[in-house]
Design a protein around this ligand. Structure first.
Ligand code: FEO
Ligand code: CA
Ligand code: CA
Ligand code: CA
Length: 655
């Protein structure tokens, strides 16, 4: 019998092993770790002044105000462990809201694990829920819509008989027929569901007029500077402005005008074929890892074959904006925000009215980006947001050891971004944003995932999940550990709250990992318990009080004896750097999509790929999965699901 090869999650990791960023952007051989150590941070404001003479009195004042305004977390910490169920802190309820395969429309067929068809999946909740965003109906905290991403599919847990992922292209895809590929395509994309709290319990509204499935077949507009560009045209779309579907939508965001932002991440895996050096697009393909050959869709749909339709790949890897309130609306790929492996895009309205989005490119040694709209948003006129994301400036971050970070604009004609250097126009700069950022000398990061601006304090938190390929000689001040197995969180401070400024200050909030093992070099506060520390920060959210909550991805059960979960992290005052475990996923799952209702009384989370690996790290099999969460029914595999969390006394979560 052949050995198990890799679960999809492991494949995601592996895809990054190739070290795709071969630019020679400088790394600082010598780190000045002292400046960013936890010890100095807790000495408080005086120490900060001494370390960084340039920080203004105003900033210190607002820091102490934030401290006073942010109440500490009050819940009793959850004990960490590994089993086949989910767990939440005492005094809270965590209930299943919707599962993969659940019907979404009046005509949806009931889920039948043995008779899956694309037709049925098109009318049912998709697979591997990741991001979710809450969109209130008439301002309600108890009635709204959820926009949910379906990032990818896990065939060995979805389909009976496909339970042994094999090495080698032929063996791997031998059983994945055209029919199953079509089910996979229908299980990707997104869902809009209507939810309501009645008699104290949240539920999905049946036969909602808002319900929507978005799949690889959903027509979308390509808008912004790259729309209509020669590199975006295909045989099916000579206009270069229309595309079918979105893929590998990981995290996302929520615009100030209440639309749903969904981010295309590992798009390379869906393209198929062999890349030769004489391919005219070889440079761009290599930098983006195309073709990844993770799926065999190219065998059935020509557009996923890079030789048949080389430009189709340029039409994926974007930020997509969707109006969740209008199921007939056409999603738009906003090309002004650049093409890379987008984790998400968290947004705010800057004090001058412009909209600022922060975005991570989740790959080892890739970059942190910011988009600033050209126009301003007028809250009194939500329609002013309609195409605001089509014009603006995309920049990439360059961190310096003096505690500043500079935003370098990706603008055609400026600096090295010229035709002589391969950037014919602004569309080319955006389509090949990674190559443009290489040319500008951006800082190579440890896999930037969510980047969350705190709406209360204006500080920005960057989740850097890990980077086991960074060597000690490759470190830089903002990524000070090689090997970085557990990740860290960078905190950025825009000057006087101006998120459009050219330069910010930054600090490290916490270096993650087990603080009891000295070699790990973790810097959680001493108040953090053995249950409370975490690694691999991925998604983040702020509650109504402006407190930071983090979801993790990759605390493998075998190496840590824990599962992924939701953690509450103190960012202000004496308790800064203290983390507490609040929620745990079942074995093999990743924690995604934490999202609060505006009143902070409900927390929605997404449990992704439950059972994908067992406690030994081996891929789960359909026939004998490590968990059958959440149904626990014989013959039913684990099902990715949304979970809704409320406090028993009806109060705010975490207080
Ligand atoms: Fe899909 Fe960056 O996690
Ligand atoms: Ca994910
Ligand atoms: Ca993620
Ligand atoms: Ca991740």
């Amino acid at each position: 019998m052949q050995e198990f090869v890799k679960s999809r999650s492991q494949l995601f990791e592996l895809s990054e092993d190739v070290g795709r960023n071969v630019s020679d952007n400088p790394t600082m051989g010598e780190i000045i770790d002292r400046r960013f150590s936890r010890r100095e941070v807790i000495k408080g404001a005086l120490a900060v002044t001494a370390i960084n003479g340039t920080i203004g009195g105003l900033a210190l004042e607002s820091a102490s105000k934030a401290q006073a305004a942010t109440p500490a977390f009050g819940f009793k910490e959850l004990v960490a462990g590994v089993d086949d169920k989910h767990h939440v802190a005492e005094g809270y309820k965590a209930e299943i809201l919707i599962r993969w395969g659940d019907p979404m429309f009046a005509d949806s067929p009931a889920f039948d694990i043995d008779k899956q068809t694309a037709e049925a999946q098109n009318r049912q909740f998709g697979y591997n829920n990741d991001f979710l965003g809450y969109f209130p109906i008439e301002g309600s905290n108890e009635h709204g819509l959820l926009g949910v991403n379906h990032e990818y599919t896990t065939e060995n847990l979805m389909f009976p008989g496909i339970d042994e992922p094999q090495d080698g292209k032929e063996a791997k895809f031998a059983k994945l027929t055209a029919e199953l590929a079509a089910v996979e395509m229908a299980a990707h994309g997104g869902s809009v569901i209507e939810i309501r709290k009645e008699n104290g319990a949240w539920g999905v509204v049946k036969d909602s007029k808002f319900a929507r499935r978005i799949t690889l077949a959903t027509p979308m507009d390509i808008s912004g500077p790259a729309a209509g560009h020669a590199l975006m045209k295909t045989n099916a779309d000579p206009t270069g402005a229309k595309v079918l579907g979105m893929v590998n939508n990981c995290a996302g965001g929520h615009t100030p005008w209440n639309t749903w932002i969904t981010a295309e991440e590992n798009i390379h895996g869906y393209f198929w074929g062999e890349l030769k050096d004489d391919n005219p697009q070889a440079k761009g393909f290599k930098r983006y890892g195309v073709p990844g050959n993770w799926y065999n869709w190219g065998a059935y749909e020509k557009r996923f074959d890079i030789l048949a339709e080389p430009n189709e790949t340029n039409r994926f890897g974007w930020i997509v904006e969707i109006d969740p309130y209008d199921p007939a609306s056409t999603p738009k790929k906003r090309t002004a925000m650049g093409r890379f492996k987008h984790e998400g895009a968290d947004m705010l309205v800057n004090k001058d009215g412009r909209v600022v989005a922060y975005m991570g490119d989740d790959e080892r040694f890739d970059y942190l980006y910011r988009f600033v709209s050209e126009g301003a948003y007028d809250a009194a006129n939500p329609a002013s947001g309609r195409d605001l994301l089509d014009k603006g400036t995309l920049s990439v971050a360059q961190f310096a050891e003096d505690g500043t970070v500079k935003w370098l604009p990706l603008v055609h004609g400026q600096g090295p971004l010229t035709a002589e250097n391969g950037f014919a126009d602004q569309a080319t700069v955006l389509i090949h944003a990674r190559l443009a950022a290489d040319a500008l000398g951006a800082t190579k990061m440890d896999r930037p995932e969510d980047v969350g601006p705190n709406p209360k304090t204006g500080k920005v938190y960057v989740m850097l999940t890990n980077n086991d390929k960074r060597k000690p000689e490759d470190v830089n001040p903002a990524n000070p550990r090689g090997v970085n197995k557990f990740g860290h969180i960078v905190e950025m401070m825009p000057p006087e709250g101006d998120h459009a400024a050219d330069m910010f200050k930054w600090e490290i909030l916490v270096k993650c990992g087990d603080p009891s093992i000295a070699e790990v070099g973790a810097t959680f506060s001493s108040a953090t318990t053995k249950e409370g520390w975490f690694g691999m920060p991925d998604n983040c959210a702020f509650d109504a009080e402006g407190r930071l909550w983090i979801a993790t991805d990759g605390m493998s059960s075998k190496s840590t004896g824990k599962t992924d979960g939701v953690f509450a992290v103190e960012t202000e005052g004496e308790m800064r750097g203290t983390s507490k475990r609040f929620f745990s996923v079942p074995v093999g799952a990743e924690m995604c999509g934490p999202c609060f209702t505006p009143d902070g009384k409900t927390l929605f989370v997404a449990v992704q790929h439950p059972g994908e690996e067992d406690m030994e790290g081996k891929p789960g099999k359909f026939a004998n999965p490590p968990t059958r969460w959440p149904d626990f029914a014989e013959g039913m595999p684990p099902r990715p699901s949304l979970v809704v969390i409320t406090k028993d006394d009806g109060g705010a979560i975490g207080s």
